[in-house]
Design a protein around this ligand. Structure first.
Ligand SMILES: Cc1ncc(COP(=O)(O)O)c(C=O)c1O
Length: 421
């Protein structure tokens, strides 16, 4: 008798990541210029700094042995202290209590933290409010735990406070307020919209979350993955710095974009109430993320290898961004209805196309683009399932991976494809 393979309800919630097909295409058709994947620049990956740091860990036999042993669930204490000290130095004053090192947890990339938060906070049917558009991997994570994503409109300053307030009021009227568990923002150079949440909006969003935390806390997840990748203008303090009670904002950060995604070291600064539940869950998953990598990152910081690397990255990415913006000005500026923002950091440019032009996987543009030799991420993947409507006439372009010459060629090809479509 055939045996049926019964998967869990959770397995059925999870679909494949929408861009896996694009990644596959980029691999099987290497002639295509991929402006799709949000990978970091291969050429700038810090092989020498990593070698020096790793050698310093392994040159000292007891330290090397300690690094090769299991670590603690929360992660290597000196690295937790170092990331916290850096966070506080970057932020300046905190409106509420200073976070302590006990609230810092190291994870396998910040995606692991986002996933842990999903598991700790969300039951099927719970709601998370996001910017529309937002980071599509986060949307996939929400779907995988059966949660519902709700999009709120953005403008040049990021998520619009009034729109967020209205969305929460609607959920309250519908008797769903208790199901709203979190508001998710990528507050620096949002992937994909490229917008940085303004200073006023940072304060406003935290205030709104607190005001609507009537039955239970509505957490604000501040995903600061791109904070170090700023090419012009001053840094802004994180949302945590506006959290007057320190129990609302969750900080998610990572060394993936600023150093190496291959080392997979990310971290969270959690409100005290979440430390126990997140640690308990993590303890049941891996009881600590890769310890050697945490020692490596601690050595990178200790030896002063991080700052020069970030400075070099900023310079290199600034050039690539300029190449993309110049090419857009040259090849796309004349096309009616095509618009884009000029980001000051991050890895992306967000393009809005004429109304009615479908840039999605089954639309007309993508085929023309591939015929011309370029691929991009359809913007529709980045829209939450509910709330602000999905816009199919949008695309995300990434300038991280390609050389300035290829970026130019890719944008020229895209210009032709848009005209043809
Ligand atoms: C907004 C955002 N958050 C988090 C991540 C995850 O990074 P990691 O898990 O490598 O730390 C990414 C990666 O692209 C991202 O764009």
């Amino acid at each position: 008798m055939p045996v049926s393979h019964q998967l869990s309800q959770r397995a059925h919630f999870s679909g494949p990541q929408p861009i896996s097909e694009l990644m596959r295409l980029a691999l099987v058709r290497p002639e295509l210029i991929s402006l799709a994947a949000g990978f970091v620049d291969q050429e700038t990956l810090p092989v020498e700094a990593t070698r020096e740091a790793l050698q310093s860990v392994l040159a000292d036999i007891p330290r090397g042995r300690a690094a090769l042993q299991y670590g603690t669930n929360a992660g290597y204490a000196p690295l937790r202290e170092a990331v916290l000290a850096r966070f506080l130095a970057a932020d300046g004053d905190q409106a509420g209590p200073l976070p302590s090192v006990d609230q810092v947890i190291l994870t396998a990339g910040s995606n692991q933290l986002l996933h842990l938060l999903g598991d700790v906070l969300l039951d099927p049917g719970d709601l998370v409010i996001c910017a529309a558009p937002t980071y599509f991997v986060f949307l996939g994570m929400l779907a995988s735990v059966g949660a519902r994503s709700v999009g709120v409109a953005i403008d040049e300053q990021g998520m619009i406070g009034e729109a967020l307030d209205e969305e929460l009021a609607r959920r309250h009227e519908a008797g769903e307020l208790a199901r709203v568990k979190a508001i998710y923002v990528t507050s620096y150079f949002e992937n994909p919209s490229t917008v940085t949440l303004s200073l006023e909006r940072r304060a406003e969003l935290v205030e709104i979350a607190k005001r609507w935390s009537r039955q239970a806390t509505i957490y604000v997840i501040d995903d600061a993955a791109y904070r170090p990748l700023r090419y012009t203008g001053p840094d802004l303090p994180s949302l945590r710095s506006f959290d007057t009670t320190g129990d609302t904002v969750i900080v998610a950060e990572t060394f993936s974009k600023s150093f190496s995604p291959g080392v997979r070291v990310g971290w969270g600064i959690l409100p005290t109430e979440l430390v126990g539940p997140v640690a308990a869950l993590k303890g049941n998953i891996d009881f600590g993320s890769p310890h050697l990598n945490q020692h490596l990152m601690a050595a990178v910081l200790e030896r002063g290898l991080f700052e020069p690397h970030v400075a070099a990255l900023q310079k290199s990415y600034a050039k690539k961004l300029a190449a993309m913006l110049d090419a857009l000005d040259e090849y796309l500026a004349g096309i009616p209805g095509v618009r884009w923002r000029r980001p000051t950091g991050g890895l992306y440019v967000w393009l809005e196309l004429p109304d009615g032009l479908d840039a999605g996987p089954s639309g007309t543009l993508i085929q023309h683009a591939m015929d011309e030799g370029v691929i991009y991420v359809p913007g529709e993947y980045c829209y939450p399932a509910e709330g602000e409507p999905r816009r199919v006439n949008t695309i995300r372009l990434s300038f991280g991976v390609q050389s300035p010459e290829n970026i130019r060629r890719g944008i020229a090809a895209l210009g032709k494809a848009i005209r043809a479509a």
